[in-house]
Write a protein that binds this ligand. Structure first.
Ligand code: FES
Length: 62
């Protein structure tokens, strides 16, 4: 599913960046993709996806 329609960034891509690259905040996702740089409507959903995904990352580490 596309989260950022303006730049074609999917939830899968956001989860991949979080779990494989350890990017845990919206700022980091924005630096790796163009997400949020146009209308900004995707920011809220990106935060929600990170809130679900980041705890999984910490489970993997511990
Ligand atoms: S939907 Fe992401 S900048 Fe517009």
């Amino acid at each position: 599913m596309y989260v950022c329609l303006c730049h074609g960034v999917s939830d899968k891509k956001i989860k991949q960046l979080a779990l494989e690259e350890g990017i845990c905040d919206v700022r980091g996702i924005k630096q790796c993709t163009a997400l949020g740089s146009q209308c900004g409507k995707c920011i809220k959903q990106t935060k929600e996806i990170l809130n679900e995904t980041v705890p999984i990352l910490y489970q993997k580490v511990s």
